[in-house]
Ligand binder design. Structure first.
Ligand code: DON
Length: 316
């Protein structure tokens, strides 16, 4: 059930005001572009499953989608190859290691374990059927645009910055290839994965993308069915298990909403059937999750009494 709209508006404004001065965290610096983004930027937005938006602060600022892109490519791959095959090839467990861990791949027999870490995301990209990297990239970009309800574009500045420094991901891609869990040319998969991380979204876009999952695969702003509703539970399960990396369990315990972060500073959380909460601010904690965005999303969820483990719908 969608909460009272005035309560949503107030929760968004209050969360923004309460956390605008939060200190702590640092911009990601291993991608040079991200280090240069103004760390004081801070936006919060809720989009409901019936398509209404409520925002505060810098919710219209465009930032790099980064790892949140993994959710949309995962959806595309699940849809393209089918859930059993996707699950078997990529997995659905937490790795217990950082998002770009080589050790996690080695520990699990060169299997990626989760589509929401870098290894699994590259393996996911390689599974999307296409005759060329450009065709694969177009499918991914079209998927991001369908989720957002507007044409999403790549930032050449972000992409150049990432492509010229992504040696670590290239090593992971070769490791997967040697283990038989990379299904296209590994360097092409790494290149396309890096492009998908380099698109620009606003906090409002991010909330709309999440609301598309909350609304069972139908973008509530455009009215278009973006993906099959049967994919919603596995998407949310993947987000619960690994969406915030090694902080995923603590987040599930304290907040109780499937979520995904990116090193660009975005955090997206989803209450199925109800709404999505997005926030953006560049400074990250050591795990790689935005400090302010996590605080703001958690506060909105708590103010609106949203927690998938505490659903009261059955009693109504
Ligand atoms: O591959 C990378 O390292 C980046 N393009 C994305 C990583 C990321 O966003 C992790 N999230 N918190």
């Amino acid at each position: 059930m969608i909460p009272d709209k005035s309560a949503i508006a107030q929760a968004v404004q209050t969360a923004h005001a309460d956390h605008a001065n939060d200190s702590g965290g640092e911009n990601a610096s291993y991608i040079p572009y991200l280090a240069s983004v103004d760390p004081s930027l801070f936006g919060v937005c809720v989009v409901t499953a019936d398509g209404e938006a409520f925002e505060a602060g810098d919710a219209g600022f465009e930032f790099a989608l980064e790892s949140i892109s993994k959710v949309f490519s995962m959806t595309l791959a699940m849809q393209s190859v089918g859930l059993p095959d996707f699950h078997d090839k990529v997995g659905a467990d937490p790795t217990g290691e950082p998002f770009n861990s080589v050790i996690a791949v080695a520990l699990h027999g060169d299997k990626p374990v989760s589509p929401l870490v870098n290894a699994g995301a590259m393996s996911t990209v390689s599974l999307i059927p296409a005759d060329s990297p450009d065709e694969r990239w177009k499918k991914i970009l079209d998927m991001q645009s369908a989720f957002a309800g507007r044409e999403i574009r790549i930032s050449d500045a972000v992409n150049d910055s990432e492509q010229s420094t992504n040696f670590h991901n290239r090593a992971i891609a070769w490791l997967l290839y040697s283990g038989g869990t990379m299904y296209s040319d590994p360097m092409e998969a790494c290149e396309v994965y890096t492009r998908q991380c380099s698109t620009l979204v606003t906090t409002r876009d991010l909330a709309t993308m999440g609301a598309t999952v909350a609304a069972r695969g139908r973008n509530p702003v455009t009215g278009k069915q973006v993906f099959d509703a049967s994919l919603v539970p596995p998407i949310l399960a993947e987000m619960t298990m690994e969406g915030l990396y090694t902080a995923s369990g603590d987040w599930a315990y304290k907040v109780g909403l499937p979520a995904k972060s990116g090193v660009g500073g975005g955090v997206l959380a989803i209450m199925p059937g109800t709404l999505a909460i997005a926030a953006f601010s560049p400074p990250l904690d050591p795990v790689g999750n935005s400090v302010r965005a996590q605080h703001a999303v958690a506060q909105v969820a708590s103010a609106l009494n949203l927690n998938i483990y505490n659903s009261t719908d059955f009693a109504q």
